[in-house]
Write a protein that binds this ligand. Structure first.
Ligand SMILES: Cc1ncc(C[n+]2csc(CCOP(=O)(O)OP(=O)(O)O)c2C)c(N)n1
Ligand SMILES: CC(=O)[C@@H](O)[C@H](O)COP(=O)(O)O
Ligand SMILES: [Mg+2]
Length: 623
């Protein structure tokens, strides 16, 4: 059905709902139609913009019930979304229908809760397993303020429950029977792939889906064992049934788990049929099939996946660890070939790292594949469980640098600042896929301690050949009379090489090099830098503790007169938007790099014989 104006589906009921009050005014009999119209709307819009389609199709009735039972508003009940990728229906019900045309686009609506968008939104962090800790703290604060009538409700996925913080929070919630906290467990049996571990099996028993009696009144398993009340299992696609359970939970006035059973992608056959992850995240796809209109080329992830599988065939000691993301991190080929050598630990990055340290202690060579942003919560484990013991754990950090549509809590911009402080850890940044293959092998072969590789969420560009190797770094373009050395970290090396060519057209002589291993500093790199009056580094990472900052410190320590300039990301949270646009905004593109060189050269770099427009862009944003 298309809408009256021909753009999108016909959603007359949804068009009448601009607030939870409008929803509560609707007669029960209209709820199934409303749910259907919400699904049609989400399929139409998210297939155009990209986003989390499967998770949101799975929580339509749940979210309707939540807003019909609880008075979610500033000063009212508090609704928390764990991870937040499943908050689209909530956004629809709180007056943001129009925002979906610009979902996750620059300046458009966030794909996660956003306090700037609505007073009903709370958690902006898209990292899983935080909601119950927020709920615990909020409930304590409201109790201290005597506001016991305000309920705290947390919607948590079964995957998010496998994160350690969830258990830490349950341990606290269960100890305070007088706090009105409702934990809505959205159990669809999956993170991306089927949720792993003993908890998943336990939930299956509670669901009664393993053939035994469902938990029923006396059951509740781990939840009642920890002191919470348990209601369920409830059909999460039956709005009335969920409403009844939520009202019962609210009436108990104590921490209560309402165990809802749903299906990721429910009501949309392409998602229901999708065996990979029920269309967990889609790009721009054909709504009839849920598939991309044009296949994407090789990615950094796919190249990693090929190479680690090849290494796995050569080295039986190599094993892989994933935190519930075997597909997104490229481990599927390895898993197919070596099923007993891939460990999905759940959404548990801290455990992933220390379990990998245990694997290394036991003689295996563990490769932990995670997104850069998620490694942040496992810093202590990297520092003291792996590096202190000088264990050869290999960390492969996908989505390093600006990621784009997932916004500030997904940009992988802090790993390159955190990891160089870890004694004995070596950090590499491949400039292209050939370098990824080479550096991955160097990392796997490193016996003296942990290593890490970082690469971006981007399609794999062409390989960038080197003229020579000096120490660990590659010389990409050498000019013996160069005034400036351009050092590009990772794919920024290619951008620096392009900038070098643009500057040559203006008579500015530069050399360009790729450091490859960016921490600790390679002596040959420091000496190469010291041979130039000016060194400019370009880094898709925060400026704090950057290669440029560390190089500058070392050059100063050595008494060198070389000046260093660091082009990197500013020390603030960056919004969602296209990766290329954000990089350009911060001068991390060839024209921006060239402009930065001209800004820092005496006389702006203009020299006799400089000719033509080199494409160098002079205006640049301030960091
Ligand atoms: C700490 C952390 N690790 C990994 C992710 C990536 N991630 C996003 S959603 C998701 C699966 C969440 O599963 P679940 O909580 O069951 O929610 P569902 O998608 O099933 O609704 C994962 C692993 C994340 N957001 N946070
Ligand atoms: C919500 C979440 O953490 C992931 O689903 C995130 O959206 C990763 O997206 P990509 O895999 O597309 O980078
Ligand atoms: Mg799930």
């Amino acid at each position: 059905m298309t809408g009256a104006n021909g753009a999108g589906p016909h959603t007359p009921l949804l068009d009448r709902v601009d607030s939870p009050a409008d929803l509560r005014a609707l007669p029960d009999a209209l709820l199934p139609d409303l749910a259907g119209q919400i699904r049609s709307f989400l399929i139409d819009r998210v297939c155009r913009t990209g986003g989390h389609l499967g998770p949101n199709l799975g929580v339509v009735e749940l979210t309707l019930a939540l807003h019909r039972v609880f008075d979610v508003r500033e000063g009212g009940d508090v609704l928390l979304f764990d991870t937040g990728h499943q908050s689209y229906v909530h956004k629809l019900l709180t007056g943001r229908r129009e925002g979906f045309d610009g979902l996750r686009a620059e300046g458009g609506m966030s794909g996660y809760p956003s306090r700037a968008e609505s007073g009903t939104d709370v958690i902006e962090n898209s990292h899983a397993s935080t909601a119950l800790s927020y709920a615990d703290g909020l409930a304590k604060a409201l109790a201290l303020r005597g506001e016991r009538r305000r309920r705290v409700v947390a919607l948590v996925g079964d995957g998010a429950l496998t994160g350690g913080m969830s258990l830490e929070a349950l341990n606290n919630l269960g100890a305070a029977p007088d706090r009105p906290v409702v934990v809505v467990l959205n159990d669809n049996g999956r993170s991306y792939s089927p949720t792993s571990g003993g908890l998943a099996a336990h939930l299956a028993r509670l669901r009664g889906s393993d053939g035994r009696e469902a938990a029923g009144e006396d059951g509740g398993g781990v939840f009642t064992a920890l002191g919470l009340a348990y209601l369920g299992p409830v059909d999460g696609h039956d709005t009335r049934a969920v409403e009844d359970a939520l009202r019962e939970a609210a009436a108990l006035g104590r921490p209560t788990v309402v165990h809802c059973v749903t299906g990721k992608g429910h009501g949309y056959p392409p998602a229901e049929r999708d065996r990979a992850d029920h269309l967990h995240t889609v790009g721009v796809v054909d709504p009839r099939t849920g598939r991309a209109r044009s296949p994407s080329g090789p990615s950094w992830t796919s190249v990693f996946g090929e190479e680690i599988a090849a290494i796995g065939a050569e080295r039986p000691d190599v094993v892989c660890v994933t935190a519930a993301m075997p597909g997104p991190t490229g481990l599927e080929a390895f898993a197919r070939r070596f099923p007993g050598r891939v460990f999905d630990v759940g959404i548990a990055e801290q455990h992933a790292v220390t379990s990998a340290a245990g694997l290394a202690l036991g003689g295996a060579r563990p490769v932990v594949a995670v997104y850069s942003t998620f490694l942040g919560r496992a810093f202590d484990q990297v520092l003291l469980d792996a590096a202190l013991h000088r264990l050869p754990v290999v960390l492969v950090l996908d989505r390093a640098g600006v990621t784009g549509p997932d916004g500030p809590s997904h940009h992988g911009m802090w790993d390159a600042a955190l990891l160089p402080v870890v004694p004995g850890l070596r950090l590499a940044a491949p400039r292209d896929c050939a370098a990824l293959r080479e550096l991955l092998r160097e990392a796997v072969d490193e016996d003296g301690g942990p290593t890490a590789l970082r690469y971006p969420k981007a399609s794999a560009g062409p390989d960038v050949p080197a003229q020579a190797r000096i120490g660990h770094c590659d010389l990409l373009r050498e000019d013996p009379a160069a005034d400036v050395l351009l050092l590009g970290v990772g794919p920024m090396a290619g951008a620096c090489l392009e900038a070098s060519r643009m500057l040559a057209a203006r008579g500015v002589r530069t050399s360009a090099a790729d450091p490859r291993w960016i921490a600790p500093l390679d002596n040959a790199l420091v000496e190469l830098a010291a041979a130039h009056p000016l060194v400019l580094t370009a880094e898709d990472a925060t400026a704090a503790n950057s290669l440029g900052a560390r190089l500058g410190q070392e050059l100063a320590r050595r008494g060198s007169a070389t000046r260093t300039v660091t082009l990197a990301l500013p020390p603030r949270f960056l919004p969602h938007g296209p990766r290329a646009g954000i990089l350009d905004e911060h001068g991390l593109d060839p024209a921006g790099i060239a402009a930065a060189v001209l800004d820092h050269l005496p006389h702006g770099g203009s020299r006799p014989g400089a000719s033509g427009h080199s494409g160098v862009r002079r205006e640049r944003s301030t960091p």
